[in-house]
Design a protein around this ligand. Sequence first.
Ligand SMILES: *[C@@H]1O[C@H](CO)[C@@H](O)[C@H](O)[C@H]1NC(C)=O
Ligand SMILES: *[C@@H]1O[C@H](CO)[C@@H](O)[C@H](O)[C@H]1NC(C)=O
Ligand SMILES: *[C@@H]1O[C@H](CO)[C@@H](O)[C@H](O)[C@H]1NC(C)=O
Ligand SMILES: *[C@@H]1O[C@H](CO)[C@@H](O)[C@H](O)[C@H]1NC(C)=O
Ligand SMILES: *[C@@H]1O[C@H](CO)[C@@H](O)[C@H](O)[C@H]1NC(C)=O
Ligand SMILES: *[C@@H]1O[C@H](CO)[C@@H](O)[C@H](O)[C@H]1NC(C)=O
Ligand SMILES: *[C@@H]1O[C@H](CO)[C@@H](O)[C@H](O)[C@H]1NC(C)=O
Ligand SMILES: *[C@@H]1O[C@H](CO)[C@@H](O)[C@H](O)[C@H]1NC(C)=O
Ligand SMILES: *[C@@H]1O[C@H](CO)[C@@H](O)[C@H](O)[C@H]1NC(C)=O
Ligand SMILES: *[C@@H]1O[C@H](CO)[C@@H](O)[C@H](O)[C@H]1NC(C)=O
Ligand SMILES: [Ca+2]
Length: 575
Amino acid sequence: MSLSKPRAFTAAAMLLSAIQAVSATASLGDICSTAYAAAALPLDAVQGVTIDPKSVTTSLVTNFTAESVFFPTSTFDYCNLTFAYSHNGIEDDLVHVQYWLPAPGQFKNRYVSTGGGGWAINSGTSSIPTGIIAGGVGGMTDGGFGSFDDQFSGVALLENGTVNWQATYMFGYQAHHELATIGKQLTRNLYNVSDSTKLYAYYQGCSEGGREGWSQVQRYPDQFDGIAVGAPAFRWAQQQVNHLTGNVIEQTQGYYPTSCELEAIMNLTIASCDPLDGRTDGIVSRSDLCLNNLDLNGMVGKAYSCPAAAGGFGSSATPAQQGNITAEAITLVRAYWAGLKDSDGNLVYFSYQPGSTFTDLEAGYNATSDSWDLAVSGLGGIWVGLFIDKLQETNLPNLDNVTYDTLKEWMVYSMATYGDILQTTYPDLTDFKAAGGKVIHFHGEQDFSIPTASSVRYWESVREVMFKGQSLKQSTAAMDDFYRLYLVPGAAHCALNPYQPNGPWPQTSLQTVIDWVEQGVVPDTLAGTGDIDTLCRWPLRPQWTNNGANMTCIESNLSVESFSYDLSAFRLPVY
Ligand SMILES: *[C@@H]1O[C@H](CO)[C@@H](O)[C@H](O)[C@H]1NC(C)=O
Ligand SMILES: *[C@@H]1O[C@H](CO)[C@@H](O)[C@H](O)[C@H]1NC(C)=O
Ligand SMILES: *[C@@H]1O[C@H](CO)[C@@H](O)[C@H](O)[C@H]1NC(C)=O
Ligand SMILES: *[C@@H]1O[C@H](CO)[C@@H](O)[C@H](O)[C@H]1NC(C)=O
Ligand SMILES: *[C@@H]1O[C@H](CO)[C@@H](O)[C@H](O)[C@H]1NC(C)=O
Ligand SMILES: *[C@@H]1O[C@H](CO)[C@@H](O)[C@H](O)[C@H]1NC(C)=O
Ligand SMILES: *[C@@H]1O[C@H](CO)[C@@H](O)[C@H](O)[C@H]1NC(C)=O
Ligand SMILES: *[C@@H]1O[C@H](CO)[C@@H](O)[C@H](O)[C@H]1NC(C)=O
Ligand SMILES: *[C@@H]1O[C@H](CO)[C@@H](O)[C@H](O)[C@H]1NC(C)=O
Ligand SMILES: *[C@@H]1O[C@H](CO)[C@@H](O)[C@H](O)[C@H]1NC(C)=O
Ligand SMILES: [Ca+2]
């Protein structure tokens, strides 16, 4: 990839001529045939990979409506192209890829890879439309895990109980490297984009999908011109094991709160912290002020009640509940927010921001005994079951003998064993920056599944590693050239938050990174939907004055400190 970008007017002129060239020559129907697609396969794009031309399928889909918080709602026609490839020398290996092709008249010289969530490497039809909406080819992969619906966890262990390293590397970064490398050349071939014409490549994903985007930026500086990622599931060793921290605190303290008691504490937290940002709007926009000012002890004895709930997909029925908030519950919540500490009192990992739901603290209701017991967090338990115990289990049955130190040991083991594949926090992005790449990274400030501080920590790691010795002002300005982080007030994990319903969401983040890359439109703030249309760029923080009439993004060293943690339990740096 050339280091200098064409200027905006040149790019616009090229775009115009490209659109004219293709729209004059072909329709969506013309390019949506197996023969046309098979002839466009980039057979030599990836060394060691054999693409099977006989596997090509195409189908023309008309009037498809795509709706998501990750892109504006849109109705369009597209061609669904799928094919398969295998890695030479690996038995029983078959990777399926799917590309959605826009009508040639809609094509704007762009390719967009999309990622998955949880243990999934794609998001089915819910993410891939973003490519078409952006005027590009959208791509997704099945990682070689079987089909587009099969997840990595299902193939993580081989029959003899050893780690499936091929699948682990594919999940870690290899499948996305191949998806984009093939996708970019395929796009050129399908739309007749010459080698001398710039084809822009982008990535969009949230959660595990966010990690997948970073896996490319950190390893392949030329892969994407821009990525729009939310709440990345990076720092995998800590991230996955940390889901068990809430459970171990409960087990250690011998207290399992009811769902209603937790919800009551959360509601009181939101009500109490909402105004601290200067505007009473039901949204905790400054969870740092909440952490520092909340009167938790004052909640003890407050009455709560909830109606019986039928239970449903993934949750069991619960009876009508009422009671008063106990001192035990408050002690539990205080420990939860303080983060995991080892038996020497050293901090191992940090927690979620106050105001978010207490998902990792959820206990299970036992109707027989009419009591609340340990419910092992699935995300944490499956990681330990598969990759540490190697038991081919779906979750750990219990946490017998598991202590805070055990959690730390599991994190250390995970880092040492899988860190190069899954940690995804390599902090030196010098080559990506030099290649002109841009990152828009956002994170819900009330995320209950990946701590908001996790994204702040990585941004700060990059700043400190790349701009060592520079002042905060200088290094922040240098970061602004290529990597911008925005916290999203009130937002939950890669989704809006039903408990703070008027909160914003950065629905147009992919278009924002495209405009930054192609037009040089630098995003000072990120646009949000809902009641807050301006998302501040880290380290700036939102604050309202004039009874909530006036919003500004302010400097706040106290806020930056509140999101910074010394993970003194580890001897190696944890980026
Ligand atoms: C690409 O070029 C070929 C050969 O000229 C032509 O048949 C095809 O329609 C073109 N494709 C597009 C999308 O314009
Ligand atoms: C396209 O879909 C919309 C709603 O999904 C429907 O109202 C409309 O009639 C459809 N148009 C065509 C041409 O099928
Ligand atoms: C795309 O095509 C593949 C292969 O035929 C099919 O399995 C998949 O369901 C199609 N996807 C959509 C959204 O039509
Ligand atoms: C487990 O099975 C895989 C695949 O058959 C094989 O390559 C590997 O050597 C086996 N490992 C052990 C310890 O048996
Ligand atoms: C918490 O607030 C929600 C509204 O956001 C309400 O529906 C729910 O009943 C409240 N829960 C408790 C325990 O008060
Ligand atoms: C809750 O506290 C109130 C006083 O604030 C008391 O009257 C009531 O009995 C308590 N309820 C329970 C279930 O302990
Ligand atoms: C529920 O409680 C009953 C009675 O104490 C006990 O026998 C049973 O094991 C419990 N079930 C679970 C899933 O813990
Ligand atoms: C827990 O530790 C005790 C004492 O070391 C041991 O007897 C017991 O088997 C352990 N339980 C589990 C489930 O590992
Ligand atoms: C809001 O703040 C801006 C700049 O900080 C100021 O110019 C403006 O007058 C303020 N508006 C109100 C209504 O106070
Ligand atoms: C924040 O800290 C930096 C040094 O870390 C200092 O230069 C700056 O003046 C401080 N800003 C405020 C508002 O206190
Ligand atoms: Ca507020």
